[in-house]
Design a protein around this ligand. Sequence first.
Ligand code: GLU
Ligand code: ZN
Length: 466
Amino acid sequence: MSSNHETPVITRFAPSPTGSLHLGNARTALFSHLWARKTGGKFILRIEDTDSERSHLRFRDQLMADMRWLGLDWDEGPDVGGPAGPYSQAERGEFYRTLFAQLATRELAYPCYCTAEELELSRKLQRIAGRPPRYAGTCRGLTGAQRAEREGRGLKATLRFAVPADLTVEFIDAVHGPQRFASNDIGDFIIRREDGTPAFFFCNAVDDSAMGVTQVLRGDDHLTNTPRQIMLLDALGMRAPAYGHVGLLVGQDGAPLSKRHGSASADEFRERGFLSIAVLNHLFRLGHAGDTDGWLTAADMAVHFRPEHLGRAPAHFEESQLMHWQKESLARMSSGDIHAWLAADDPQEFIELVRHNVVLPQDAIPWRAVVRGELQPLDAEERRIVAAAGADFFAAAALAYEESDADLKVLTKLLKERTGRKGAELFMPLRVALTGQLHGPELAPLLKLIPPQIVTHRLLSHAQNP
Ligand code: GLU
Ligand code: ZN
């Protein structure tokens, strides 16, 4: 569905399956997805599961389910395959080993035998000397004999990338603009852990390149990783993607969005009954300056997405905004879809009647009780209205109802003639007695949905002086 002549981009989402899909990540995935869809490119899902302690298959499945719910379908990924698979890093060991060997043979990477205590001490000393702590290069100059001696002692080694000296790494960030980093400020970093698994910097960069990703969008927190990854790809003779780092997603208090703010992950919003299109409409505007205020379909979002509109300022997630999009989304749904969304056995007339009074499925519960069950106890204001109307009013109302054939017009006409009340003085006590609430759906059709004996019972319950 390429709607213009832009070059098709290949984007990706690369989550670590260590929990459910955080809304911040969902937003980055959305932007990447839209960029690919907008240009008729491809969107890849890659699972970054090299941390076997924290990665779980059930989280991977949950992530994929959350993405499907949001409509963020992928063209290549662990389940659908593709030319650059496998798409789970845990299955790409052979590819990484080949590249490690290449780097080691060319002395572009070297084993480091430093223990955690030694590294900590070195960092401490640098801090005392007022320098930013980084790896001091201790093991870089070890001779073959020195390495053999350490191996002989059974020391385990990590593999470090030998950062080239006196290099300036420059790139244009799609969000932050031109960036410059001096390689001399970057210490030799670990690309393979002691247990042989690849480190994030490494597998993340080489996979983007090997999978043909042209545009990486990710959180701001990765911006300083990028020069390392560019140097690494350079050393391997691999093409680096273009990078863009979007601002963080924060709560109203400015702190990174978390459970503390209520809900922070896609599944939590789904469970509460939010519609995915409502979530997408809110996410789309978080950190993406819009050229349109109105509600958008997913396809419209792809048309309106502009990478140059992505922002670097933290974006504020607001549940009140989400509620707004939820209402907008519900207003566009057929009653059949609302029936399915409410997931209860509601009659069609009931849905048509209450749909504008419902934002989340739980909001239907009191209205269901109005037509089929018990009313909530009245609050002070409601009791006041009932008391002001008086017992005789309700006795007259019960009688008028019986003569009205559940027609509110007839009922109120008779009641007006017999009690002399009109307007709010007539309507409000009726509404409160029949629904237990001051506001709600139109009373006339509601009246027809309540079984007659219940209507009579509710009216007569106020017809005796207390
Ligand atoms: N697995 C990394 C994360 O979740 C991916 C970062 C990236 O998008 O490059 O933070
Ligand atoms: Zn070392």
